[in-house]
Design a protein around this ligand. Structure first.
Ligand SMILES: Cc1cc2nc3c(=O)[nH]c(=O)nc-3n(C[C@H](O)[C@H](O)[C@H](O)COP(=O)(O)OP(=O)(O)OC[C@H]3O[C@@H](n4cnc5c(N)ncnc54)[C@H](O)[C@@H]3O)c2cc1C
Length: 498
């Protein structure tokens, strides 16, 4: 850094992590450039219209129990546009019927075996097996979810409950995902409780008291009084990147693919654009906020130890198939959606009734929007099918599910006989990092190697959590780290304290 000049921070990647990092650097004595390789900002956040309704193509729900996502939105002045989910009640389509997802579970690990038995998600034998949980010492937690949870509660709990929840968040499989990395609070609690069920119970709210008789002072829906678990933006989470970019005061460039990162005597040099016509940018500090594979490529020469650990982080691809039905053609729903365990052999792994989960969407058009998610890790062949085929497959499975739900009395008994009036297929290649066994060790190695490079930081979904709040947290840490290096103060404003 030349004495007297304003330090230049370059952020590689214009997804939510990169843009949030730029936002956290606003009003600091630095100039900030965000370089996004694709033609649009936002990465996994994007929305577009289906049958006249603006619907998210990627992330759609923000966990409000963590402060970072809501805090970022509030800090941009958009807190008033946050809307809570209309319902969080969900189901699992398994063992031939639509069954309620137990309320008292932590990422599928049951906290109440009586409730689990009542839902029928697991067979009577499966519940018996879970009740016979061996009182094992906590043991090494960096084993697969299937090994840890299955060893305690039996394979059926894993297959029918835990695996579908992990499939929804990571598009991953419980045989490979690390118990410690994906269920960190539960892994931490296991040392304090004799059984996994009790450890899970320590992390979820107690059973709600039985409602007072109708008309009584505390009758009605208790959930309405609780803080919402999930929120979204009235305009969709796809609107968030542009909002954060505008509030961040950085120079934001799209179509600016970073090809190389090199150390110079004064700081860093980035090679941007095509090999035939490269542009060179100087930086005093760099934040790499891209997925693991491009991060590994960028760091291969300067930080090989980080690069090799990054290269070991696998990604799952997936697709979101959004279907629009005429409102009158679709059976009435009271749940936000359902999950389908891989062992049930269906293509669609998760369904969200978007216009039920987000009631404000229903005001746009008299349609019912259904979001179907396909693609667990290793299901690449499915994703190679044509858009039309995928939409037809999703609609067919939805019709079967409506029949199953109708039979169980969970939704309108009429079933679903009409075809969608519109559809959209969004493909997300290398969408979600797999926090497989060894992930925490890999991340520790990456962080250690990066910390050895003054003025370099990493952020994004590859590290400490794939959800937006976790990505924002890594962005804040990265912004703080480069400011410390530049001696420019800290981003610690009251709105981000947790
Ligand atoms: C279908 C789907 C649904 C999801 N649903 C939810 C949800 O409901 N709630 C939730 O909290 N999370 C959800 N997630 C997860 C969450 O959206 C992501 O983990 C998060 O948005 C990742 O943000 P990021 O900034 O780390 O990475 P990305 O969004 O991947 O952004 C990285 C950016 O870097 C750019 N880039 C890559 N290489 C280069 C380069 N060399 N030079 C310049 N730019 C480069 C990319 O083009 C991209 O724009 C979902 C994810 C998917 C795929």
């Amino acid at each position: 850094m030349t004495a007297g000049t304003v330090p230049h921070v370059v952020i590689v990647g214009g997804g939510i992590a990169g843009l949030a990092a730029a936002f956290f650097l606003r009003d600091q004595p630095v100039t900030v450039t965000v370089l996004e390789g694709s033609p649009r900002l936002g990465g996994k956040l994007s929305s577009s219209q289906v049958a006249g309704v603006p619907v998210d193509e990627g992330a759609e729900a923000l966990l409000a129990r963590r402060p970072e996502g809501v805090g970022l939105i509030t800090a941009t002045g958009l807190g008033g546009d946050l809307v809570p989910a209309g319902t969080t009640s969900s189901a699992i389509w398994t063992r031939g019927a639509m069954r309620s997802l137990p309320r008292r579970q932590f990422m599928g690990v049951p906290a109440d075996l009586d409730e689990l038995a009542a839902t029928g998600v697991v067979s009577a034998e499966g519940v018996l097996r879970a009740r016979r949980e061996p009182r094992l010492a906590p043991g090494p937690a960096d084993v697969s979810v299937a090994a840890y949870v299955g060893g305690r509660l039996g394979a059926e709990v894993v297959d029918r409950l835990v695996d579908p929840l992990l499939g929804g968040v990571y598009a991953g499989r419980s045989e490979e995902l690390s118990f410690e990395a994906t269920l960190a609070p539960l892994a931490a609690a296991t040392g304090r409780y004799p059984t996994l069920t009790e450890a899970a119970a320590s992390l979820v709210p107690p059973s709600p008291p039985a409602p007072a008789p109708s008309g009584g002072p505390s009758g009605g829906d208790n959930s309405k009084k609780q803080a919402p678990v999930f929120v979204t933006l009235r305009t969709g989470l796809g609107a968030l990147p542009e909002i954060v970019a505008k509030a961040g005061q950085a120079q934001v460039r799209t179509g600016a693919m970073v090809r190389e990162l090199a150390r110079t005597q004064a700081g860093w040099r980035l090679t941007v654009g095509s090999a035939a016509d490269p542009e060179y940018l100087r930086a005093d500090a760099v934040i790499i906020a891209v997925p693991a594979a491009p991060a590994a490529r960028l760091l291969s020469r300067t930080v090989p130890a980080a690069s090799s650990a990054l290269a070991q982080i696998r990604y799952a691809s997936m697709a979101i198939i959004t279907l629009a039905f005429r409102a009158e053609d679709f059976p009435r729903q009271r749940r936000s959606g359902y999950l389908v365990p891989a062992v049930d052999g269906r293509a669609v792994k998760a369904v969200t009734f978007s216009t039920v989960k987000w009631p404000h969407l229903a005001s746009h058009a008299p349609v019912h929007i259904v979001r179907c998610s396909v693609g667990r890790v290793g299901e690449a062949a499915l994703l190679q099918r044509e858009d039309e085929d995928l939409a037809a497959l999703a609609a067919a499975e939805l019709a079967q599910a409506a029949g199953a739900a109708g039979a169980a009395g969970a939704a309108g008994a009429a079933g679903l006989t009409k075809a969608p009036i519109a559809y959209r297929v969004t493909r997300w290649g290398a969408a979600l990092p797999q926090y497989n066994v060894g992930h925490l060790d890999r991340v520790a190695r990456i962080r250690e190697a990066v910390a050895g490079q003054p003025g370099l930081a990493v952020a994004g979904a590859a590290y400490d959590g794939v959800g937006i709040p976790a990505c924002v947290a890594t962005a804040k840490a990265a912004a703080d780290s480069v400011l410390r290096h530049l001696g420019a103060g800290a981003t610690d404003r009251p709105e981000y304290r947790t």
